[in-house]
Each structure stands twice: as C-alpha cells, then as structure tokens.
Ligand binder design. Structure first.
Ligand SMILES: [Zn+2]
Length: 187
C-alpha cells in the first residue's frame, strides 16, 4: 500500500526523527510544515484535482526540540527500559518494568537533566547503592556508552528500514560528532 509506505522525517537540522506514513508526509508538505528532500522515485499520489510527488525523505522547516517532546511523553520510561533491553545498566541484571527503576546518571541534585541520554535502567539495588553520586564517584561504570543511550531509542528501527531504503542512508549515518554537538552545544 502506497499510503502506508514509510517516509523518513528529518528535523530542520537534518537529524533523523523517525518515520511517518506517506499520507501524513504529503500532508506536512502540503501545509508547508515540511519540504521534500528526496522524492520516492517516480511515485505519485493522485487525488481528484491534484498530483503529489511521493516523498521518501522530508525535512521539517522549523526545528522542534525533540528532547523536550520526548520528556513529555508518558511512554518515556518504558522506551528507556526497552532501549536498555530491560537490563540494569550498572550490574547487567535483567528485570521487568516493575523491578527496574530509572536512574539519573548525573543526579538531578548535581544538575543532571531528565533527557534520555541522562537516564538509564537500573535495578533497585544499584540505584540505591549509587545514590547521589555520578558513576565515576560511585565506581559504577555504565554498560552502555552515552552515545548508545542517545541513539538507541529509534535507531534500531531506522537502521532496519535503511536496508530497504538506500536513499535514507546518508541521513542515518551522519557521524556521531555532528549529533553530539547539536545535542550538547555548550560542552
Ligand atoms: Zn544493578
């Protein structure tokens, strides 16, 4: 089904945000919320009066703060637990959504934010043991690297799609430094 074909959605900064269905992508372009970056070959969508070029990659014209959006989502906790494969990121213990907690890697009392890259799954024992300390102070190194924490969220899904959509690859395999700088402009 053409209408349910996926379109890669980029932020105004060209950072990959995820995918939307063709119908939604065409609507975003029609409303001038987004522009077509890469068309989907020769595919077109016909309505009674108009013909639309089907996009493969679109880009939002205004930058959206993804981090804030994700924080507001009630699903964030579960997304992070899934990103961390339901394992405590300190000791590696497996747990379910009730057994695992979300740990602020840099504690909130020390200025740590509630963004996905500062949150990880932790078992209750590790969470208590770590307390108000950074992983370095507590000598509890993380199993995952910070960049894995950041990209793990939607990355696996996007990379899967990229196998079938070669035109997406340039947007999904930007080097990590670029993303890092856009995420931490003051570091
Ligand atoms: Zn643990």
């Amino acid at each position: 089904m053409l209408l349910s074909r996926r379109v890669l959605l980029l932020n105004a900064s060209y950072e990959a945000l995820g995918t939307v269905e063709v119908a939604r992508a065409v609507c975003l372009v029609w409303k001038r919320t987004a522009e077509v970056v890469v068309p989907d070959g020769e595919r077109v969508l016909r309505s009674q009066h108009y013909t639309f070029e089907v996009p493969s990659v679109i880009r939002l014209l205004a930058y959206i703060d993804v981090r804030r959006r994700r924080n507001n989502s009630g699903k964030q906790r579960l997304r992070i637990l899934m990103r961390d494969r339901m394992r405590c990121q300190y000791c590696g213990a497996h747990g379910n959504a009730f057994e695992l907690t979300l740990d602020h890697i840099t504690p909130r009392s020390r200025g740590g934010s509630s963004t996905p890259e500062n949150l990880c799954a932790a078992c209750m024992a590790c969470n208590q043991r770590k307390g108000d300390r950074t992983p370095e102070e507590a000598r509890m190194p993380l199993l995952a690297t910070p960049s894995a924490l950041r990209y793990g969220l939607d990355r696996a899904v996007l990379n899967h799609y990229a196998l079938m959509r070669p035109e997406w690859r340039p947007f999904l395999f930007l080097d990590e430094d670029f993303h890092y700088q856009t995420t931490y402009p003051h570091h």
